[in-house]
Write a protein that binds this ligand. Sequence first.
Ligand code: SAM
Length: 316
Amino acid sequence: MAYQLIHADCFDWMDDQNDASVTAIVTDPPYGVKEYTDIELEKQRKGKGGIWRIPPSFDGHARQALPRFSVINDDPQERENVYAYFLAWGKKAMRLLVPGGHLFIASTPLLSDIVSMAMREAGFERRGEIIRVVSTLRGGDRPKGAEIEFSETSVIPRGMWEPWGLYRKPLSEKTVAENLRKWNAGALRRENTNVPFCDLFPSQKTPKIERQIAPHPSIKPQGFLRRLVYASLPLGKGTILDPFAGSGSTLAAAAFFGLDSIGIEKDAVFYKMAVAAVPKLASLYPKALSHDRKMENDPGSGADLQFSSDFLREQA
Ligand SMILES: C[S@@+](CC[C@H](N)C(=O)[O-])C[C@H]1O[C@@H](n2cnc3c(N)ncnc32)[C@H](O)[C@@H]1O
């Protein structure tokens, strides 16, 4: 498996890399920006105070702290900070990507507009949005303190999907075909030759087995990430970067297909977690097949893939 995990701040690391040195970026950045600072992570690990949300224990089981995206939503200064953060990051990402390279970036319906403006300003073309259909258990509540009086209302929709912004660095060549020949980038890989790449992905909560291997508070499921990393290299050639690697789940998904990847994680605890987790996550579901046939009946299997590693090896 050709992957490299690096313990560093991605802003610094990216500055040291050559222009046009990665083919795709698949990443899930910190949205609260504050949530993954050393101070807030320390509070999260102690389970006390700070801006992490501790979900109510409605069935006797203690739940992991969740990032609280809503803390920044109403404050113009915080919105400005998020914009500035993603603009600075987006410019670095633009420089590193090859022309035609795609960026898949996880977001939230409350903030994807800000990220989108920052990415455009950084020079990216917006190429749409991938919808990961998954219940987040956020929102949907009645007005606080007046739940009975206004029992027929929800203050904000219950989250049932997660947007992943899709961006592309402009082509350097006249056509997509020429760009693909020169840079191995510019398009998205199909899972099946007869079906175009589609932007709606039925998904699931990250299965328990994956959360046990890597108990990161924001871990994404292999079933979903495998589909993204696969699509991100249109010819199956090049390097995928995840600058906010967390548990290493993107690298594990790339390793499943034998694709090259680099992950950067600045937190020492998560970095060590990722070092141990990547090979284990990559070896899960070795024969995962059709998600349309299996997912509804077997939501914990992580089998939401329309292809298997064997199938892909045959295509190579
Ligand atoms: C939302 S989590 C990613 C979780 C990941 N998708 C997974 O499945 O495990 C964001 C990660 O980025 C890391 N991070 C935050 N700022 C960073 C930076 N400047 N450089 C590198 N990593 C950073 C955080 O420590 C956190 O692990």
